[in-house]
Design a binder for this molecule. Sequence first.
Ligand SMILES: NC(=O)c1ccc[n+]([C@@H]2O[C@H](COP(=O)([O-])OP(=O)(O)OC[C@H]3O[C@@H](n4cnc5c(N)ncnc54)[C@H](O)[C@@H]3O)[C@@H](O)[C@H]2O)c1
Length: 316
Amino acid sequence: MRAVVTGGAGFLGSHLCDRLLTEGWEVLALDNLITGDEANLAHLKGNAKFKFEPTDVNEPFRVEGKLEYVFHFASPASPPDYLKFPIETLKVGSIATMNTLELAKAKNAKFFLASTSECYGDPDVSPQCESYWGRVNPVGPRSVYDEAKRFAEATTMAYHRHHAVDTHIVRIFNTYGPRMRLNDGRALPNFVYQALSGQPITVYGDGKQTRSFCYVSDLIDGIYKLSQSDEHMPTNIGNPTELTIQEFAVRICSFFPNAPRIIYEPLPVDDPKQRRPDISKAKRLLGWEPKVSLEEGLKTTIAFFREQYAKSTVTR
Ligand SMILES: NC(=O)c1ccc[n+]([C@@H]2O[C@H](COP(=O)([O-])OP(=O)(O)OC[C@H]3O[C@@H](n4cnc5c(N)ncnc54)[C@H](O)[C@@H]3O)[C@@H](O)[C@H]2O)c1
């Protein structure tokens, strides 16, 4: 069994490559490294079942040989990344989704789309279940990501319905763990970077907006199970334990002996006020639910960030 993973040098893509290899697959990772890092794949060097090819999947590309699965994970994913690369983000959700679906169709392979809870926008229902259509501002700054993913979902369903491609869609909720970039601008790496560098922690708005954080091994387990299922409609995978950003900042501070000060800055445009997955579908269909507690996950992740920070200060 051989799979292509686009975005394979990214945070989630690299963990997915690991899982597929553990399950006995051959893996070809494609990535243009716009937000990824080859270091995420360094441990796979010399593995005969693994290959990395620098590729921009927004451009036409070819894959030689047989293929059983295409996992489309390429896309800038953190708000600062997609605001810095708006056109590339729109292209990877649209053109690259078509390119990768065409590849799956040509090879008679299955297709898996990494979609997002951002399809729900700033929701007026909580928790968010898959039947909720969302509340997205189609022309706000975040729309480059949200609408690209909504287009990607629509395209995936069209290839399923019109071309009978065996497709799967996961809506990923906030995930954290080792291999996140310390400077990727998401809440957790931001807080930890600020704490490590002796700066106050920045909370946007009044901190009452909620998020729920899933540890990466739980997410990848849900994704693998969904990829092996017969489900074609979008499925939420995330951790339903919800906390406010203020509570989250306080949790992070508790890992540092000299607790940093928390400061407040204005909320970015269209920042969702609540984010919590309804995972009853994944539970029922896949027998999946998250196992790693926030305390346990944060311990491992902060240890990873400390190492990254120490390396970066040595090379500075
Ligand atoms: N991490 C999360 O919490 C989260 C939440 C929801 C959805 N997702 C989705 O999961 C996927 C992976 O996210 P991540 O957190 O690992 O982000 P990431 O930025 O670490 O990884 C994305 C990877 O895609 C690559 N890429 C981007 N454009 C490309 C292109 N045109 N050609 C080839 N490679 C390209 C990047 O270089 C990077 O390695 C994304 O599709 C994202 O939208 C992630």
